[in-house]
Structures are given as structure tokens and as C-alpha cells.
Design a protein. Sequence first.
Length: 264
Amino acid sequence: MSRSSLTDLVQDLASGAIKIIDLTATLEPSTPTLKLPTEFGWGVSWPFSIEEISRYDERGPAWYWNNFKCGEHTGTHFDAPIHWVTGKDHNDHATDSLPVESFVAPACVIDASKESAENPDFLMSIEFIKTWEAEHGQIEEGSWVLYRSDWSKQIKSDKYLNESDDGSHTPGWQPDAVTFLADERNVVGVGVETVGTDAGQAAAQEPMFPCHNIMHGANKCGLAGLKNLDLLPAKGALLIAPPLKIKGGSGSPTRVLALMMSAV
Ligand code: 23J
Ligand code: MN
């Protein structure tokens, strides 16, 4: 049999030398969804709901299946460039037309868990990213940048959305940090553990929702609602994150996997 890097991959998966980490939160009716400020009349994204069609019973004696519904941006999910007005004129910018190469890409994991715990409104800066690069090396073109906040650890708590009278308080980005990742590093996109790729208070940032505005304006993607980022190395993991092929879709719930070398 001829050998190839793919043969090696299959062998390394079988031996456990490469392991697979699930970065996906379970999709269930309690899955938290984004609450936008209501005063502008903005539309509401449906939470996940599920209804049994049959379960080996009179409705279907030999089969179990369900109907479900939810917004495209529910739980662990993918944001396509078409999601934002700044990305509306790109080519191949929806869930069905994005190049599949974007769905398999290396990941850089930037740990801001300490800063996020100390300040729920923490906004990652260029300096923070450059300090990470000084330790781990430059972010390679075509990588996902994953924002470790450890926010997913509190998904069952009110602290996940962390809402108060003035809205949600969850970590995000300074606008110029997003511009840096899009323009200077040419990333595939950014992924976060929070309910959306922008900070809880991002409606008040300039520009409004800077991560969405700038990333999708640059034809880049997003991943939200990730978990287990604390299990990944700063560099070296390979992400597999294909959204559902919804025609013209702006995003979709997505099973996100990471391949990484096992510690020896
Ligand atoms: C629409 C408007 C604002 C935001 C979002 C969607 C998301 O976070 C999302 O899931 O794309 S912040
Ligand atoms: Mn989204």
C-alpha cells in the first residue's frame, strides 16, 4: 500500500496519537440564545425546541425521530460573511457557497480566561494578541483564532449571558484587534465561547458589533458558543467546522471538532 500523510493520519487516529476533542455544546431547549436590546424592534432568534414524531410506538412502531426548530445562530454555531451587511456583496459568502477549505483549518488559541474572569466586559486588544504571538509565534494565515474565556464553563448559569439592566456583560474585542486579525493575519475567522462573537455590550461599540462588522466585511467567518478550548494547545490543533448547507444561509448550528496530538 502506498503511504501518504493521510495514511499516517488514519494510523495516528487509530493509535490515539492524535485525539479528537469535541468543541460543541449540547443543543437543547435550555441552550442560551442571544438577547439583543429590544427597544429598536429588532427581530428575535428562536431558541432550540424539539418535538417527538414517534418513538417505537403507534406513531411509528419501528422508529424514533424528532422535529426541531431554532434560529441559525443557536448554540455552538457558524457565522458566514453574508450574516452582516458589511459582508453582503462578497462572492461565495453563505453557508452553501463558502469554499469547503474554510471548514478545515488550524487553530490558534488565545487564553484570556483570567482577564475575562476579572472583568466580564474585557475587550481583547492588539497588544494582547501580540504578547501571545511573542510567546507562541505569529498567527499563520488561514488559521482560526479561538478566544479562550472559559465562559462555556458557566453555560448552565445566569452568568453565561450575565444580563443586567443595561444588557449583557460578556467578553469581546477591541475593533482594531479584529482589523489586525483580518488584515494583518488573514485568519479564516475567530471563534469564541460566548453566545456571539462580539462582546455583550457591543451594540454600544464603534462600529456597532465590531467583530461582526469587520470580520464579515473582510469575508471572514465566525464560530460562537464553543467549549473545551481549555483542552487545546495554543497552536497545533486542526479544526473541523462545516456548517449545514442551508441555501443562502447566514450560519447554522455546527458540530465543531479539533484534532490534536496526544501528550506523550
Ligand atoms: C445579530 C446581531 C448581533 C449579534 C449577533 C447576531 C450574533 O452574535 C450572532 O450570533 O451572529 S452579536
Ligand atoms: Mn452568530
